[in-house]
Design a protein around this ligand. Sequence first.
Ligand code: HEC
Length: 87
Amino acid sequence: MPPTPTPPPPAGNFQSGRQVFVTVGCSTCHRADGTGLVGPRIANTNLSFAEVLGQLRSPREGMPPFGPETVSDQQVRDIYAFLKSLP
Ligand code: HEC
């Protein structure tokens, strides 16, 4: 079996995650490959899903908030799976 990313259950879909990441503009600050630009590198992040969700819903300074009307919890799961799929 090839190695696969291990997102938390229920699993996120990293392909839709990649799409959402670009569509809602994460890639503007974090680059499409998550290596960072204005924002830090988040490719293959060590943060937990809950921490990433928390950062979107009430971010620290420098990052705009992304509420559930913009990115649903499921879409954040997809983004998380995408980030974990990156080198
Ligand atoms: C306007 C630029 C900008 C956009 C857009 C943006 N971010 Fe950020 N992001 C930042 C900055 C700046 C930080 C660092 C905040 C700090 O530590 O003070 C950050 C931090 C983070 C962190 C925490 C990283 C760590 O190691 O602590 C995560 C996760 C993250 N962003 C994910 C996302 C996701 C997912 C999106 C899209 C939904 C997004 N960001 C959109 C600028 C941005």
